[in-house]
Design a protein around this ligand. Structure first.
Ligand code: TRP
Length: 336
């Protein structure tokens, strides 16, 4: 039986935090054994909102590769590649742009939301077409499943609509209609209790040192009603307890909850235990990060080989799309 194909991408917009690790990477890693996985660095997507400030893009690519390998993505099992090195993504995007009605794009929730949130001028052609590029990314690999965060589901719906429209217009079935796959992940807030995000300055990064991490855990918000150590606390109102639920054992958490409610243990001790559990959890990843950080050229070699493999698939799909659109001239002009 052939394995179902999975594809997903991450923008190269900056360092990864614990939320990215638990929300996406861990899930990617868990799919490697039973699915045919293609994962890529979406550097063109990163450009769509960072077009003015591209200084970090080189560094971000390497850091992303290092984090992937450190979190357990295995190039023997998954194809790891770079979007901007596969021109077929841009070509497929162009072809899709011909058939995608502008109102479909203006309706995508992330379009207006991000435009309102970000203090940059995002009234660009590329930003409006962001989900068209994403559709191109997905269909080129005939992906059955696309593991993404819930905010990305409208992009998947749009991808399916573009695929149907293409099939409808050109009367040949070229693409697989992909399905979004939301991962069942433990919810991890930022250290202030809001969503963990670079822009809120409340994230714990995979690139943080152990000392950094310990300090950030010290600052995790606890039940605001528990002012003194002798005040009883409510674990359900405590951000640190949310972290415990992810990184500490169920037995530990039972005791923690009881002791918190009885004021038998203070928040400082409670967070020390949390920091120690979190560091234990991260230890293997941090060790591997250290290993790969010393071998950037090996990281790039892995991406290079993955990109070579992925491109073969992308080329094949693009050629079939061109054939069905009657714009395939290979018979008379030869290969490009
Ligand atoms: N838009 C995705 C995000 O911001 C990244 C992405 C680009 C992607 N192309 C993709 C995800 C294709 C899945 C499939 O998270």
């Amino acid at each position: 039986m052939t394995k179902k194909r999975v594809l997903s991408g991450m923008q190269t917009t900056g360092k990864l935090h614990l939320g990215n690790l638990l929300g996406a990477l861990t899930n990617w890693v868990s799919m490697q054994d039973h699915l045919d996985c293609y994962y890529f660095a979406a550097d063109w997507h990163a450009l769509s909102s960072n077009y003015e400030d591209t200084e970090q893009l080189q560094e971000n690519m390497l850091d992303l590769g290092i984090n992937w390998l450190s979190a357990g993505l295995d190039p023997e099992k998954s194809t790891l590649f770079v979007q901007s090195y596969i021109p077929e993504h841009a070509m497929m995007h162009l072809l899709f742009s011909m058939i995608t009605p502008i109102p479909w794009l203006e309706r995508v929730p992330s379009y207006k939301e991000k435009m309102a949130q970000v203090e940059k001028d995002l009234r660009s052609y590329g930003f409006l077409g962001y989900p068209v590029l994403q559709a191109a990314d997905i269909v080129l690999y005939q992906a059955n499943f696309v593991p993404v965060g819930i905010d990305q589901l409208p992009h998947l719906e749009l991808t399916r609509e573009i695929v149907r429209r293409f099939h409808d217009i050109y009367k040949t079935k070229v693409f697989v209609e992909p399905e979004g796959k939301i991962s069942e992940v433990p919810k991890l807030p930022g250290i202030d209790g809001r969503k963990m995000s670079k822009s809120y300055n409340n994230a714990i990064y995979l690139s943080d040192t152990k000392e950094n991490i310990i300090n950030k855990i010290k600052n995790v918000v606890t039940d605001p009603a528990r002012v003194k150590k002798t005040d009883p606390g409510d674990p359900n109102k405590c951000v640190a307890f949310n972290f415990h639920k992810v990184f500490s054992s169920a037995e530990e958490n039972e005791i923690t909850a009881v002791e918190c409610k009885k004021a038998a243990r203070g928040c400082v001790a409670c967070k020390e235990q949390l920091a120690s559990n979190l560091l234990n959890y991260l230890e293997p990843l941090l060790e591997k990060r250290h290993f790969w950080m010393g071998r950037p050229s090996n990281v790039f070699d892995i991406l290079k080989e993955g990109t070579r493999k992925a491109r073969l698939v992308a080329k094949d799909t693009l050629e079939r799309a061109e054939t069905s659109m009657n714009i395939n001239f290979r018979k008379v002009l030869g290969d490009r």
